[in-house]
Structure formats: structure tokens, C-alpha cells
Design a protein around this ligand. Structure first.
Ligand code: PLP
Length: 410
């Protein structure tokens, strides 16, 4: 009850969630795993910056730019505090998780990988955590190894250990929370194992950053990436968090302004991290918006948030299990608020189209995880995902609409 009141008040902070209508029905937004909606405070922070404070950062010394630089760098410090980073860790602003993963896959691979080396991924990755590694392996003559998972969506850690014991793996890249099944992988255990065999662990935190409370130091990941737009912030910005010493050894990812110390036609010397990896004018207003998103998150008790989202997940899971012919993909004991399903004889795109007529937004298609869905034996699925602004009434309406729709389609 207390949680219900707490989060139903929060809902009013999100203008689209509180007001939007679709096909004359109230919007029920169940696609936060794709992107979350934004609270007013984030929208207003960006608007205020553009209306009153806009200037470039880092390049020059007039007052407006010094204030903009201070505000931009304050967000970096805020993120360090939020994830309780040790002073040896650095935060690099990227365009998002995809950009951060491409940065690591390109630069760390150049530093570490030789022909015959291996990169270990799980079979439950988003395409963003597959394709950049495939490209790096092709470029450097290295090989991908893929950790399988069982019917519940739990990774086979014995296979993982065997890959590491082979002695050729230099990098492991795995999602913290899978976008397809919601499985929360045992990152700390995987990090300890990777380190035991001299490999680095890269964690795709796109799905975990907005939902779980954790200290990055305790997670023991060497690299952690996330996107602002999934944690109530604007699109176009995200972060890569890594050890400063390692970043110093890694070659730059892109060349341009800000990432240099001195340029001549004979030779360029590079700036220190983080700027070494922030070539060009960055996403200044977006970083300000991301700061406001973290401020918003920091007012919320993340333990309560986990409880609420888990409560909604349980309600939806129990409801789905009552629908004949429906199969949930992934029922790991540790799961985030993601529910992916297929229904025998019904195309997921038809289902999502008809749910939309009731104002209900769910994801349908390959979920940017074609290999994962292939392992479950389907090319497509529907996914409902929940966030702090969802309510029990919305879950009930979703279940009722699904039941009605399936009667129509079957
Ligand atoms: N990794 C996971 C697990 C995701 O869920 C997503 C987005 O859906 C991404 C990576 C890519 O994130 P972005 O599109 O914000 O770069």
C-alpha cells in the first residue's frame, strides 16, 4: 500500500505517462526497456540550459563557457558519486550504450587481441554487445566464444569456466540484465572468474542502471556502459565507466577536437582520459539532462523501486501464465522487470498491433536479440517491461486486453 501510494505520486512527474491518449484510450506504456519516459525536471533542466545558460564546453574562457563547463563536469562527478566509484575510475560521456560498447570493442581489442585470442560473450546479448566484438575479432583474427543458457534463461557458468580455462580469452562482455529475458547475470562471480584467468570483464548496463541498486566497485566489472534514455534522461548520451590506468593505455577511439594535447602534421599527442575519448563538441545539453535524471533517481529509494517493479513483474507473470498457449521466454530466479512471451499460432506483431488499439504499448519483433530468440526457437516475440510509473491497474488492463485479443486471433 505504502509502495503503491509512493509510486502513484511519482507517476505525475511524467507528463506523457500522466496525460497521453492513444486511439482515444489512456496510454499504458509497457516499453520502458526500450526507452523510458522523462520526468518534468529533466525536460525543464534542458530547457533552462538552452534558454539561459547555453555555451560550449572546455574550449575557451569566457564566463558562459566556464559555467557550462562547470555544469557539464559536475554531472561527471555526480555519476561518480551515484555509482560510488573509487578515485581510480573515470566516466566517459558517449552517445549511449551502443557507442560505449563500440568504443571498448574497438580500443580495448586493439590493445589486447592477437590472432587466436578469444572474446567470450553470452548467448543472451543485445546486438550492440555482439556486432562490435564480431567486427573487432574479424579485424584482429580473434574468435568469439558464446556461453549458452538453459530453458529458464540462466547462463551455463560451467561452459564459461571451460572457455576461460582454455587460456585464450582476453575479454568477456556480458549484459548485467538481459533485454530479452530480464535475467540478471551473476556479474560479480563472472568478474572474479574472468580476473582469475587474466581476462577483462565488460558489462553492458543498459538495462540495469535504471532498476538495480548496486555499487560498481562491488560488481568488480572493468568496464560498465549505460544509456541515459533508459534511466529517465534524454536520448543521445550515455557513459562508459572504466579504470583510468587502463584507459590511459588504450588507443583513442575517434580523432578530433578536445581529445588532443598537441597537433602537428607530423604527430598528434593525446589528452588524458576522459577527454581522450570525447572527440568533438559533446552532447552538452544532454549531459545536463542526464544530471537531472540522476538527481531524480537519487530522490527515489532504489530498494523500494526494485520491490515495486518486482511486484508488477509478479502480477503480470501470474496473469500471463493463465493464458492458454502462451509461453514466457526466460524465468530465471533473478529477473528485472521484463516479460517476453510468445503465443502459439499468433504472430507477435499482430498481438502488439491489437494491444495498441487499447492504448497499450509493448515491444514486438526480434528485440535486437536475434540469437537469443533463435535459442528459444522463435524469430519474434512480444515484450512488456515495467518501470516506476506503472501501476497494478495498468497490468490488469494489459492482461484483460491480451485475453480479449487472443480470443479474437485464435
Ligand atoms: N544493451 C542492452 C541490453 C539494451 O537493452 C540496449 C537497448 O535496448 C542496448 C544495449 C543499446 O542501447 P542504446 O540503443 O541506448 O545504445
Amino acid at each position: 500500500m505504502e509502495l503503491r501510494n509512493y509510486f502513484s505520486a511519482k507517476r505525475l512527474d511524467f507528463p506523457i505517462i500522466a496525460n497521453a491518449q492513444v486511439h482515444g484510450k489512456k496510454l499504458i506504456y509497457l516499453d520502458s526497456a526500450a526507452t523510458s519516459h522523462k520526468p518534468k525536471s529533466v525536460i525543464e533542466a534542458m530547457q533552462t540550459f538552452y534558454l539561459h545558460d547555453y555555451a560550449t564546453v572546455h574550449r575557451t574562457i569566457y564566463s558562459m563557457t566556464e559555467q557550462a563547463t562547470a555544469a557539464y563536469e559536475a554531472v561527471r562527478s555526480q555519476i561518480k558519486r551515484h555509482f560510488q566509484l573509487s578515485p581510480s575510475k573515470e566516466v566517459i560521456f558517449t552517445r549511449g550504450t551502443t557507442d560505449a560498447l563500440n568504443l571498448v570493442a574497438s580500443s580495448l581489442s586493439t590493445l589486447l587481441l592477437k590472432p587466436g585470442d578469444e572474446v567470450i560473450l553470452s548467448a543472451m546479448e543485445h546486438h550492440s554487445n555482439i556486432v562490435p566484438w564480431q567486427m573487432a575479432c574479424e579485424r584482429l583474427g580473434a574468435k568469439l566464444r558464446v556461453i549458452p543458457f538453459d530453458a529458464a534463461g540462466v547462463l551455463d557458468l560451467e561452459s564459461y569456466r571451460k572457455f576461460l580455462q582454455g587460456g585464450r580469452a582476453k575479454i568477456v562482455a556480458v549484459a548485467h540484465m538481459a533485454n530479452s529475458t530480464g535475467t540478471i547475470h551473476p556479474i560479480r562471480e563472472m568478474a572474479n572468474l574472468a580476473h582469475e584467468y587474466g581476462a577483462y570483464l565488460v558489462v553492458d548496463g543498459a538495462q540495469s542502471a535504471a532498476h538495480l541498486s548496486f555499487s560498481l566497485e562491488e560488481l568488480k566489472a572493468d568496464f560498465y556502459c549505460f544509456s541515459s534514455h533508459k534511466l529517465y534522461g534524454p536520448t543521445g548520451v550515455g557513459c562508459l565507466i572504466a579504470d583510468r590506468g587502463l584507459l590511459e593505455r588504450m588507443p583513442p577511439y575517434q580523432g578530433g577536437g578536445d581529445m588532443i594535447r598537441q597537433v602537428t602534421f607530423e604527430k598528434t599527442t593525446y589528452n588524458d582520459p576522459p577527454l581522450k575519448f570525447e572527440a568533438g563538441t559533446p552532447m552538452i545539453a544532454e549531459v545536463i539532462g542526464l544530471g537531472a535524471a540522476f538527481s531524480y533517481l537519487e530522490q527515489i529509494d532504489l530498494k523500494k523501486l526494485e520491490q515495486w517493479e518486482n511486484h508488477l513483474l509478479q502480477q503480470a507473470t501470474e496473469g500471463l501464465k493463465e493464458l492458454p498457449g502462451l509461453r514466457i521466454l526466460g524465468e530465471a530466479p533473478k529477473k528485472g522487470p521484463i516479460l517476453t512471451f510468445i503465443v502459439e499460432g499468433v504472430h507477435p506483431l499482430d498481438l502488439a498491433t491489437l494491444l495498441d488499439l487499447d492504448g497499450i504499448a509493448v515491444r514486438s519483433g526480434h528485440l535486437c536479440a536475434q540469437p537469443t530468440l533463435a535459442a528459444f526457437g522463435t524469430p519474434y516475440a512480444c515484450r512488456a517491461s515495467f518501470s516506476l510509473y506503472n501501476t497494478e491497474e495498468e497490468i490488469s488492463a494489459f492482461l484483460a486486453s491480451l485475453q480479449k485479443t487472443l480470443k479474437k486471433l485464435k
